[in-house]
Design a protein around this ligand. Structure first.
Ligand code: HEM
Length: 262
């Protein structure tokens, strides 16, 4: 009954405030931290193509369970993508609460941002915009990988990037995700006071600098990586669909079996 009254009147019967908005905020932060850290790890794994095709192949095989099984199990990758996709959807759903939906709300936000000339408010606008882009770009990428978990590797990924025309989407997604992720982690540190120390002003300055260094680092790494997949994809286009066979048996730690994929 109390919940029905709150639903109709927007007020609790005992006059206290609901803790739900704070709980939702905490979940938004938790899913954001997970996705932000995941993206750093993701970029490092994907960029192994810059070291060599064999190394990227070995990393792919590791995610397919090569350290446990003799046969590749792409279902492990599909399940991992499904999990990340679920977190991605929850995070997007929670973040939507903050979007200015109506023209009037948007106009007020823009006017305030212009009047304030506050760097962090502008960063918030960038974050909302890149988050909106990722609804579409991120979902396409995640769904394609989930349904093609057995087609990840030096040639299979490069064929997808070039011959299947994914590179424009990856280029946009790269900028969206790197800006969104680094701004998000910076804002979380400021919001929850994780790195404040005794001087919040000095901490903000330090964090902002770190944020830009991280953004530039991951954007550069991402662009170089995308260029590498494009180059391999172009060279491989006449053999589109052919899978990679490692030149050397590269053995990762705790990997009892490294067999050649057919
Ligand atoms: C478990 C989930 C994920 C897996 C297994 C995965 C795997 C991959 C792989 C293998 C590539 C290389 C190209 C290809 O094979 O298509 C790639 C590229 C990329 N992924 Fe993901 N990805 C995942 C989640 C995400 C998410 C959540 C985002 C951001 C919303 C993202 C953003 C990107 C971007 C921007 C690229 C291009 C990289 C570059 O330009 O260097 N990925 N991903």
């Amino acid at each position: 009954m109390a919940s029905i009254i709150e639903g109709y009147l927007g007020k609790r019967v005992d006059g206290t405030r609901s803790r739900m908005p704070a709980r939702l905020d905490r979940w938004q932060s938790a899913t954001g931290v997970f996705l932000g850290l995941f993206m750093w790890a993701h970029m490092l794994f994907v960029s192994t193509i810059l070291i060599s095709k064999d190394f990227m192949y070995a990393v792919t095989r590791m995610f397919e369970g090569s350290f446990l099984f003799s046969e590749p199990h792409p279902v492990i990758v599909a399940l991992s993508v499904a999990f990340v996709f679920a977190v991605f959807i929850v995070h997007a759903g929670l973040a939507m609460r903050k979007f200015p939906y109506k023209w009037k709300e948007y106009k007020m936000l823009k006017t305030h941002a212009f009047a304030l000339r506050h760097g962090d408010t502008n960063l918030w606008m960038v974050q909302a915009f890149t988050g909106f882009m990722m609804f579409f770009l991120g979902s396409v990428h995640l769904y394609i990988l989930m349904s093609n978990a057995d087609k990840i590797g030096p040639f299979a990924s490069s064929d997808r990037v070039w011959s299947e025309g994914m590179w424009p989407l990856y280029l946009l997604l790269l900028f969206a995700v790197e800006l969104h992720g680094s701004i998000g982690l910076y804002r979380l540190c400021m919001k929850w006071g994780w790195c404040n120390g005794s001087d919040a002003r000095a901490a903000r300055k330090r964090l902002k600098k770190a944020k830009w260094i991280i953004t530039v680092f991951f954007l550069t790494l991402g662009l170089l990586t995308l260029a590498a997949y494009i180059k391999i994809g172009q060279e491989h286009r006449s053999h589109y669909g052919e899978r990679y066979h490692p030149a050397a048996a590269l053995v990762l730690p705790y990997s009892p079996v490294q067999e050649v994929r057919s």
